[in-house]
Ligand binder design. Structure first.
Ligand SMILES: NC(=O)c1ccc[n+]([C@@H]2O[C@H](COP(=O)([O-])OP(=O)(O)OC[C@H]3O[C@@H](n4cnc5c(N)ncnc54)[C@H](O)[C@@H]3O)[C@@H](O)[C@H]2O)c1
Length: 459
């Protein structure tokens, strides 16, 4: 099958590369010349473990990248994976999706059936919008000459390839029988895993887990598939906000949230995932998707008050981290806080709408100075927050120099093995606040640190 992916960012590049590795001729179209040149040069346009290796194995063979839309005419399946950021009113901004639909309509082949697959996270009803744009621009008849299906993406940055090649489920919303058959054929290798080990050995340069269970291929209608994505992210946000609030309660009661989460997670109805305490959820998906879901529910006079509560609890959690520092250090005016981690999670360079983007301005407004380090995200964080007064450090240990607190926001594995001895010596106050309960508390305490986590006893 000839696959085209419109959008070569965190979702589009991984989708394109994966379908190329599965043996489909695949072209990634992006309006960013820089991203296209990177892919054609055998480089990954994003930091995602393992991605660059597969690009190098496939580029010029089954994988191609371009800024031009002409290849659309040849394509059998066209994925849309462009961004859907939050508009000023809190809803999903569909400008890029509509532009992509227009370009597809201008270039679509009028002599054969084409399938358009929406992978971008889009509000219920967007499939119909995309369909009518393509029809208007091309003059073609929806569901006869072409069809738009919904295939929401559930990958997690940092483990995107594992998630794409070994998903729990593949959700396909289609209202057309031919569309359903094309999608089943396209996803067959992922669903059956025939000859899969050989494929993984050839294309993966990372350790991968082969889950015992095959993915569930779940078909529904387009509008329902669109909502499944928002409902999933809304639910996960509620789960994290729930355990974060429990962590605060644990601090009052003198109980341990790690054990509470473990005890809860042992119940198969609850599960242990997404019960990890943090300074709050953030990133390029949860904030915008919860915002859109809440607005959508309000517009239909069916308010999802639980999603609103999760959003409010999340901002309260960001503030709680700052309050904790104040409780320890007192007035922050003139104090220096050294921050470890600017991305919303480890193993990505994605620094859009991260916890640090909320916590740092709050600390600055209280008169604190900020030093920061992130293994991959400093450039993107700087790009999205150009006016924030931050001293970016060359190495992680430098955030501790003459600082009053080391604040860990992202649990990059390498932070575990920093030269903490050097850091305790250079800190003004040997205080570390570990918002992910990740570091080796005993070791740090032995070195003389005053260690605090979230929802665990400080001892
Ligand atoms: N990032 C994630 O982890 C993730 C996970 C699941 C779903 N999603 C959803 O997938 C969508 C894409 O997210 P992303 O993180 O990949 O965004 P992104 O910003 O990283 O990538 C989007 C890309 O699309 C390109 N683009 C925009 N308009 C275009 C056009 N008209 N033609 C060609 N290229 C165009 C941009 O240049 C950019 O490179 C969003 O709706 C997002 O909510 C993202």
């Amino acid at each position: 099958m000839y696959v085209v992916c419109v959008g070569g960012g965190y979702v589009g590049s991984v989708t394109g590369v994966s379908f190329a590795a599965l043996g489909n001729k695949t072209t990634v179209i992006d309006i960013s010349r820089e991203k296209v040149d990177l892919i054609n040069g055998g480089k990954s346009p994003i930091y995602e473990p393992g991605l660059e290796y597969i690009i190098q194995q496939t580029i010029g063979k089954s994988l191609f990248a371009t800024t031009e839309y002409h290849c659309i005419a040849e394509a059998g399946v066209i994925f849309i994976g462009v961004e859907t950021p939050t508009a000023p009113d809190g809803s999903a901004d569909l400008k890029c999706v509509k532009n992509a639909a227009t370009s597809i309509g201008e270039n679509i082949n009028k002599n054969k059936f084409t399938l358009i697959v929406n992978k971008s996270t889009v509000p219920t009803g967007t499939g119909e919008v995309v369909s009518s744009i393509i029809s208007e621009v091309s003059g073609l008849i929806p569901e006869k000459d072409f069809s738009v299906v919904s295939n929401p993406e559930f990958l997690r940055e940092g483990s995107a390839l594992q998630d794409v090649f070994f998903p729990d489920r593949i959700v396909v919303g289609a209202n057309n029988q031919i569309a359903k058959e094309i999608m089943r054929e396209l996803y067959k290798p992922l669903v059956t895993r025939e000859n899969y080990h050989k494929l993984c050995e050839r294309y993966f340069n990372f350790e991968w887990e082969t889950p015992e269970k095959l993915p569930i291929y779940f078909e529904t209608d387009v509008r329902t598939a669109e909502l499944i994505k928002y409902a999933s992210n809304g639910f996960l946000a509620v789960k994290i906000s729930f355990i974060n609030e429990v962590a605060k309660l644990c601090e009052k009661l003198g109980t341990n949230v790690l054990d509470v989460a473990k005890g809860m997670g042992l119940d198969s109805r609850i599960g242990d995932k997404f019960l990890e305490v943090s300074s709050g959820w953030q990133g390029s998906c949860f904030p915008k998707d919860t915002s859109e879901l809440y607005l959508l529910s309000k517009n239909y006079e069916c308010e999802l008050s639980i999603v609103k509560a999760a959003i409010d609890a999340n901002f309260a959690m960001h503030r709680y981290v700052v309050e904790k520092i104040i409780r320890f250090l007192g007035c922050l005016n003139g104090k220096t806080i050294g921050i470890l981690g600017l991305t919303f999670k480890p193993n990505t360079d994605d620094a859009r709408k991260t916890q640090a983007e909320f916590i740092i301005p709050h600390l600055l407004s209280l008169g604190a100075s900020i030093k920061a380090f992130d293994p991959q995200g400093m450039e993107t964080f700087k790009k999205f927050n150009p006016t924030l007064d931050i001293k970016y450090c060359e190495k992680a240990e430098d955030v501790a120099q003459r600082a009053d607190c080391v604040l860990l926001l992202t649990h990059w594995q390498e932070f575990m093995n920093l030269n903490w001895q050097e850091m305790v010596n250079t800190l003004k106050t040997p205080y570390v606040l570990d918002t992910r309960n990740f570091l080796n508390r005993e070791k740090l305490q032995e070195l003389g640190f005053c260690y605090q986590g979230l929802g665990v006893k400080s001892k």
